[in-house]
Design a protein around this ligand. Structure first.
Ligand code: SF4
Length: 356
């Protein structure tokens, strides 16, 4: 089937909205770069058939196997199939910040990231555009992009669509947010999230065995707190890193996720447990804020405490995962991005290459 056919009666993700995303009009906002859409049936992701991007740059905050020396070449897409109430990237995932790019511009962005030293091209939240991204990735390869492609998503995806990325994407960074369908219904209106995400992650693991290469330090390498200067670093060439964000006050949900991971992923994928949950200072109209506040009332919207962090450490020690990343607890929230700026992150965390 032609790519564009998959945007008519769109059923690309488990939402299966059935809307025609090709009948869309994207309107530039006169007050700034935030675009709105009009004159088309809106699916849950709120995105037309145009592929839209907000930011691209080298990112130094991914797991060391993905950041390595040169940083991960992140491309942040506009829109999302999940739209979590607590999303730190809400400006692009929910509020439409971004600009449409065609295949030639997408390829150019990938080439610029590679030329800037990117270890991989990291496609952030593209689940609502898999057919088009697959087509553009093939064009980017033909144009000389040689670094691995990396898929960075909520895992709320259909296996049928993931098949389109088979052989193109070799590094997968899916979330596994919860195994509790009542919880996923409250926070992102997706009671089927646990079933969909676990099926997607199983497919990723089956199709992408772990492959890690040792890379010597290049000249002018950027120092990293987690690495010895002058030493080689490990680089992921293929495989899956499954991320889980601990939600304050929701220890039981994390225990359920870790139990599933122990049974289904240990030894075959890398587990990355994150404790950086941070309340976001949303800047939105009162209607949007009111809806968000209702959803957020089902969680304790605060930082993780030292006591909770200690409990999680005890839990992961008991599970004894073969490959595990776990962050140091910090109360530094300066990493929260603002995508309206050409540099949405701190200079330490990212180097911009393209902004919408
Ligand atoms: S990709 Fe968007 S429009 Fe298509 S089914 Fe998913 S949420 Fe609906």
């Amino acid at each position: 089937m032609y790519t564009i056919e998959l945007y008519k009666q769109c059923r690309q993700c488990p939402r299966k909205c059935g809307v025609d995303r090709t009948a869309s009009t994207v309107v530039e906002c006169p007050q700034g770069r935030i675009e709105t859409t009009a004159n088309y049936s809106i699916g849950f992701c709120r995105e037309p058939a145009d592929l839209r991007i907000a930011f691209a740059g080298l990112h130094f905050g991914e797991e060391p196997l993905v950041t390595v020396f040169g940083g991960s070449g992140t491309i942040f897409f506009t829109g999302c199939t999940l739209r979590c109430a607590f999303c730190q990237n809400y400006q692009i995932s929910q509020d439409g910040f971004g600009r449409a790019v065609d295949c030639a511009e997408f390829t150019d962005i990938c080439l610029r990231l590679q030329a800037a030293g990117a270890e991989n091209i990291n496609l952030v939240t593209g689940s609502h555009h898999i057919p088009k991204i697959a087509e553009y990735l093939r064009a980017a390869r033909d144009a000389g992009v040689t670094v691995p492609f990396c898929w960075n998503s909520s895992a709320y995806e259909s296996v049928e669509m993931l098949e389109l990325l088979k052989g193109l994407v070799t590094i997968w960074l899916p979330d596994l947010k919860t195994m509790d369908s009542a919880f996923s219904k409250k926070l992102f209106a997706a009671p089927d999230y646990p079933d969909a995400a676990t099926a997607a992650i199983k497919w990723m693991i089956e199709n992408n065995p772990l492959e890690i290469a040792e890379i010597p330090e290049p000249p002018n390498a950027k120092p990293a707190e987690w690495a010895e200067p002058g030493q080689p670093r490990d680089k992921m060439m293929s495989g899956v890193i499954i991320r889980h964000l601990f939600m304050p006050g929701h220890f039981a949900e994390t225990a359920d996720v870790l139990a599933w991971l122990k049974e289904n992923a240990d030894g075959r994928a890398i587990i990355s447990l994150m404790n950086q949950y941070t309340p976001v200072p949303f800047e939105e109209d009162s209607q949007k804020l009111a809806a968000r506040t209702v959803a957020l009332s089902s969680i304790e919207n605060r930082l993780v405490t030292a006591e909770e962090d200690a409990d999680i450490r005890d839990l992961i020690e008991a599970y004894d995962f073969e490959y595990l990343f776990y962050q140091e607890l910090t109360d530094d929230t300066s990493w929260l991005p603002d995508f309206r700026r050409p540099q949405p992150f701190s200079n330490k965390l990212a180097t911009p290459v393209w902004h919408c």
